[in-house]
Design a protein around this ligand. Sequence first.
Ligand code: FAD
Length: 496
Amino acid sequence: MEDWAAQAAGTGIRPLVVWFRDDLRLADHPALEHARRSGLPLICVYVLQPAQEGMRGLGGAASWWLHGALQALDQDLRACGGELLLLAGSAPDVLGQLASQVDAAGLVWNRRYGQAERAMDAGIKQRFRAEGRLASSHAGSVLHEPWTLRPDGAPPYQVFSAYWRACLRAGEPPLPLPAPADLRFASLQGLSLASRRSLAELDLLPRTPDWAGGLRAHWVPGEAAAWRQLQQFVEEGLCGYAEGRDFPGQAHCSRLSPYLRFGHLSPRQIWHAMSAAALQHRLPGQDLDKFLAELGWRDFCQYLHYHHAALESRPLQPSFEAMPWRHDPAALKAWQRGQTGYPLVDAGMRELWTTGWMHNRVRMVVASFLVKHLLLDWRDGEAWFWDTLVDADPASNPASWQWVAGCGMDAAPYFRIFNPILQGQKFDAQGAYVRHWLPELAKLPDRALQQPWTASSAQTRAAGVRLGIDYPEPVVEHAMARERALQAYAQMRAVR
Ligand code: FAD
C-alpha cells in the first residue's frame, strides 16, 4: 500500500481511474480504498462491454438490474462529491483512450475469476504498465481467491466438501473495510470521449414491451437496499435457516443473490454481519454454519469458473457430450412459460418470469425437470435462466446447471431423478407457494394440488378449474419420462 502511495505521489496530480465491475459498492471495496490512500483525484468508471470471446453479454433481467445499480452507485458517489463515468465498448480500448486523454496515473480494480476476464485484465495491466502508468488489482469479490487454497501444482478440488474444509482451515475472511470517508475526485467536465454514455444511452431497460413491472415491484438495486435486505433476513430468516431454506413458502432465505452478483455487498461483509448477528441473538450454530456454507458454494462456483473455461457451453464431464438430448421446441416453451402441468415446476417458472428470481429448491426441481423429464439440453435451461434471472451469474448459473444435469463437479448423479410431485408434497405441503403462483389451482384440495390430474371431477368443478383449458395436462408422464431419461443415460455411457 505504501509503495503505491509513494509511486503515486511521484506522478503529480494526474488522476487515478477506479474501474468498477461486479463490485458496485463503496464499502469494502479494496481497489477504491487503495486508490483513496494514494491521495490522487479519482475517476470512477463503469464500462458496458459487448459480448465477446468467452465473456457473455448480460441477459434481460440482469440488464434491468444493472441500470438501477449504476444509478444507485452514481448517487452514492455524488453524495461524496464525485460521479460515475459511463463508457461503452471493449474495455481495453475505452480504458486506454480514457487514460491517454486524462493522462491517468493508473488504473485499479477488484479481480474477476473467469479465464477470459483474467486474460483481458492481464492484457490491460501489461499495457498500462508499458505506458508508464500504475495498474493494480485487488481481492474483493470472494471469501478466498481460488489459488490460495492449495499448494502450487496440486490438482484443483473436485468436491465441495473437501473444498469447504480447506476454506474453513484457512480461517475467517478478513474484516471488511468501511466506506471511505474522504474521497477526492477529478472533474469530468469537458471530458469528451466517443465511448462516453449517459445511463439512458446504455439502453439497459426493456421498452417495447416494458416487461419489467414485476422486477420493479420486487427489487431495489443498490448498496443501501442490499443492507436493508440483509437486515430483514437477520431479523426474520436467519434463525431457522438450516431447515427452512428448503421450503419455498417460508421466509428463510436471504434473497441476497442479486446483491452479491452485482457486488452491492461483498461476501466477507455478509460473512461478518451474519456471524455477529448469530452471536448477538444466540442463534443455533447450525443456522449460521449452513448459511456460511452456501456462501461457500458461491465461492466454489467461482473456483470452478477459474479452473474451467466455457463453463456455460462445455460439460465438465466430457462424456455428456454424447447425451442424446431431444429437440422439442414445444416442450421447451411449455417449461419456459410455466405450462408443464406439474404445479411445483410451473410455480417456479412463473415466479422466475414475474420476479427475476426463484427459490433454490425450486431451481433444482425445474432444472431437473428440463434435463431429465423433458430430456432437453441443460444449456437451453441455462440460457433461459441467464436471460431471466436478476442474479444470473457467469459462475453460479452454469455450475449449478451442470450440477443438476449430472455433468458438473461434485454433481448429483444423473440417475437420481427428482419426482416433482413428491418434491411439492414434501416442500410445499400446504401448497402456499403453488397457490400463490398458480391462482387457477388455488381452490384444489391439498391432496390434489401437486398432481391436479388426480382430482375428481367434483373437486375440479368445485375449484373452478378445467384441466387442459385453465391449466394444462402434464406434458409428459412421470414414470415414462423417468424411464426414458435412464435409457438415455445408459446410451450415453455405452458410447464411452
Ligand atoms: P441463500 O440461501 O440466502 O444463500 C445466500 C447466498 O449464498 C446466495 O445469495 C448465493 O450468493 C449463495 N448461494 C446459495 N446457494 C447457492 C448455490 N447452490 N450455489 C451457489 N451459490 C449459492 N445463484 C446465483 O447467485 N446466480 C445464478 O445464476 C444461479 N443459478 C442457479 C441455477 C440453478 C439451476 C440452480 C439449481 C441454482 C442456481 N443458483 C444461482 C444458486 C442458488 O439457487 C441461488 O444462489 C439462491 O437461490 C439465491 O437465493 P438466496 O440469496 O435467498 O440464497
